[in-house]
Design a protein. Structure first.
Lengths: 133, 201
């Protein structure tokens, strides 16, 4: 019986120790501690956001540079001119009104607007991808 | 779970698991509420492990920042407090390992506040913090890791990079000392203040 009583005593003491450890002491500067952690968290977050933004811009610039290097815009412009003319002819045939599409700014300049938007989209997509990673 | 729960009063009323889910989505205010709720428990544990005030606060801050980084891993299987305590205890164990590498074992084995605690023990009942301070550092760490942070003996051995048998010996000796220190004085059967908050585990 004595060893059993000793074992029960040990278990009771361990349970008591668990309860004592579960009691959190009160700290007068608890709010200050929370503030410090929040500050460090926000600093780290801002740094990370800045880094992600910079990486996004750099990624977008690299993407645009690669696109320019590969001559994709020149090819797109050629294709655009060809299809623009074809569309113009088709419209001329379909529409009774004689609207001169060739007079509209439907050439290379127009392509730069979507190109810039595409570069921004690429940058945004890269920054989102980096953030997800 | 309220993904749209962004008001301060909502955060105050929210359950830890919901706050953790919001934090996982990048809500730093929700995480700050978790820090507010559990910061003292973590700081207290680190002090009981033997860290001085400044070191305990440094490690506690690091633990919360580490917890924010890996908050998606918290799935509410245990309590948030138990989870963050384990992170903090492991961080402190690592720090202790680094610092004690070049230090003599005999020095590390010395109790830190034995004389003061002896006097207090002679005068009457000790509280847990004072009783822990009477333990030699390895025993103190092992007891705090196993009973304060809820690590198994094996996990404590890994955290401290000590053999499992050594950790078990430290825990047993530490418990024996604590039992003597925390024994109620004769004629006073009231025991310790045991208003456990049930957050452990």
């Amino acid at each position: 019986m004595a060893p059993m009583a000793e074992l029960e005593g040990e278990r009771a003491f361990e349970a008591r120790l668990d309860r004592l450890f579960a009691q959190a002491p009160a700290f007068g500067d608890a709010d200050l501690f929370t503030l410090r952690v929040s500050d460090r968290l926000n600093r780290g977050w801002s740094l990370r956001a800045g880094l992600i933004g910079a990486l996004g811009v750099a990624g977008g610039m690299v993407g645009v540079y690669q696109a320019l290097e590969s001559g994709v815009f020149a090819r797109a412009e050629t294709v655009s001119d060809r299809y623009g003319a074809a569309i113009g002819h088709a419209v001329d045939r379909v529409l009774p009104l004689n609207i001169a599409l060739s007079g509209l700014p439907f050439a290379g300049e127009v392509l730069w607007m979507p190109a810039v938007l595409a570069a921004l989209a690429v940058g945004y997509a890269i920054s989102r991808a980096i953030r997800e990673i | 779970m309220g993904a749209s729960m962004t008001g301060v009063s909502s955060l105050l009323a929210a359950h830890d698991v919901d706050l953790a889910a919001l934090s996982a989505g990048g809500d730093r205010r929700a995480f700050s509420e978790l820090v507010r709720r559990h910061g003292s428990a973590v700081r207290g544990l680190l002090r009981r492990m033997g860290a001085d005030g400044a070191a305990a606060d440094d490690v506690a801050q690091d633990a919360f920042l580490a917890a924010f980084e890996q908050i998606a891993e918290f799935r509410g299987e245990g309590t948030f407090q138990a989870w963050i305590k384990r992170i903090a205890a492991r961080l402190y164990a690592r720090r202790w390992r680094r610092q004690s590498r070049g230090r003599a074992v005999a020095e590390a084995d010395e109790p830190q506040a034995s004389s003061a605690a002896d006097e207090a023990g002679a005068a009457g009942r000790l509280d847990l913090d004072a009783a822990m301070a009477t333990l030699p550092v390895p025993e103190r760490l092992c007891v705090a890791l196993c009973y304060g942070a809820g690590l198994s003996h094996g996990e404590a051995a890994d955290a401290l990079n000590l053999p499992l048998g050594t950790v078990k010996s430290h825990v047993k000796r530490g418990l024996d000392r604590l039992r003597r220190r925390l024994a109620p004085p004769r004629g006073d059967g009231s025991g310790d203040r045991e208003a456990g908050d049930g957050a452990h585990g």
